[in-house]
Design a protein around this ligand. Structure first.
Ligand code: TXA
Ligand code: MG
Length: 339
């Protein structure tokens, strides 16, 4: 299979691939997704194969308008409509109870609920409309690796297994959507993202945060939570801004080459050190979220890097989503834990 970079002018050709049951990666405001016709179980199966993704981890159904959700859901309740009006198109995924058999179990993982989202990307909304079908779309990376924020990241992981990518440049938010479970009495945030709990509460009232840690034996509420995520080849260690000096001293003796993933102000001091490679997170927590996955991937291409020291951000707003992904990449390993 030849891998094709589709541009905005090529949306009709990309849509033909989707309707033919093939896989096309698509841009969103968060990360690139791996698209397949959500109503074609054969096509959806290919998504799991291409990513090497465990098949009990359900997929998000991406729609180009709110109305399409009613193909799968009995009714949209008032709070759900409010959420859609407030945040769609945008980085909020909403879990809803579905009509029996309205989606194949290969999409839902056999659950009686499904995840819906309308991404804020004009090219992708046009692709869904041209294909005349909603698309499933997990992040377009090899399972377990950092999510892709550029078309080149997608090609790196999947160029031998999918038909191509609709290239719309680097994504804006950089971390995946907030996942909100509206299928339960008290709404629960299953995954933090750019849409904060405060923003959601301002629209529908109190929501819970899912703090529950899932072990391998349990059936997790968000099935994706039990799997290894975002992990580069090197060991990642989370370091507070004020502790970089100490951390570098400690780990220089343990690794041939250290990767520093931090804000420019920190990196400045270490640029000249031959034992250190740097990747800038930019200046703000928003920039850090945008750059996190690209940075982790950068160090994967630098074989020499054995340990990545990555900067912690304040655990609030977009920083909470950043820290959630970084903690997974690091397997929760903090420098301060190891004193
Ligand atoms: O920003 C995003 O959401 C990106 C872009 C491409 O849209 N997509 C994405 O998909 O992150 P994925 O498959 O990597 O993450 C979907 C998450 C998983 O953790 C999955 O377990 C959860 O949503 N999920 C899907 N359906 C669910 C359901 N019915 N109940 C609970 N969790 C569900
Ligand atoms: Mg993913």
């Amino acid at each position: 299979m030849t891998f094709t970079y589709y541009k905005k002018e090529d949306i009709a050709a990309a849509a033909e691939q989707i309707t033919a049951g093939n896989l096309i990666a698509f841009p969103t405001e968060t990360v690139y997704g791996l698209g397949a016709d959500a109503t074609n179980p054969g096509a959806v199966k290919k998504v799991y194969q291409a990513k090497g993704r465990p098949s009990d981890n359900p997929l998000i159904v991406h729609v180009a308008d709110k109305q399409t959700v009613l193909n799968f859901v009995e009714e949209l309740t008032k709070p759900v409509i409010k959420l859609m009006n407030a945040f769609w198109p945008g980085p909020l995924t909403i879990i809803l109870p579905i009509k029996k058999d309205s989606l194949e179990s290969v999409v839902t993982g056999g659950l009686q609920t499904a995840a819906f989202r309308m991404p804020d990307n004009q090219a992708t909304l046009a692709l869904i409309k041209a294909a005349k079908t909603p698309m499933v779309g997990p992040s377009a990376n090899t399972s377990g690796k950092p999510s892709p924020t550029t078309a080149a990241h997608v090609a790196h992981d999947l160029h031998t297994t999918i038909a191509g990518v609709l290239d719309d440049g680097p994504t804006g938010v950089g971390v995946e959507s907030t996942v909100l479970d509206m299928s339960v009495e008290q709404p629960v945030i299953l995954r933090p993202g750019a849409i904060t709990p405060e923003a959601i509460e301002a629209v529908i009232g109190p929501v819970l945060m899912n703090q529950h840690q899932v072990t391998k034996k349990e059936i997790p509420k968000a099935p994706g939570m039990k799997y290894k995520h975002y992990a580069p080849n090197a060991q990642v260690i989370i370091v507070e801004k004020s502790e970089f000096n100490q951390a570098i001293k400690r780990y220089k003796s343990q690794a041939k080459c250290l990767g520093l993933l931090a804000q420019s102000a920190i990196l400045k001091q270490y640029m000249q050190d031959p034992q250190i490679m740097t990747y800038s997170l930019g200046d703000t927590p928003e920039n850090a979220a945008q750059n996190l996955f690209a940075g982790l991937r950068y160090f994967d291409d630098e074989q020499a890097v054995q340990i990545i020291l990555a900067q912690a951000m304040p655990n609030q707003e977009i920083g909470a989503a950043y820290m959630n992904r970084l903690e997974k990449a690091a397997g929760n390993c903090y420098f301060s834990d190891k004193k």
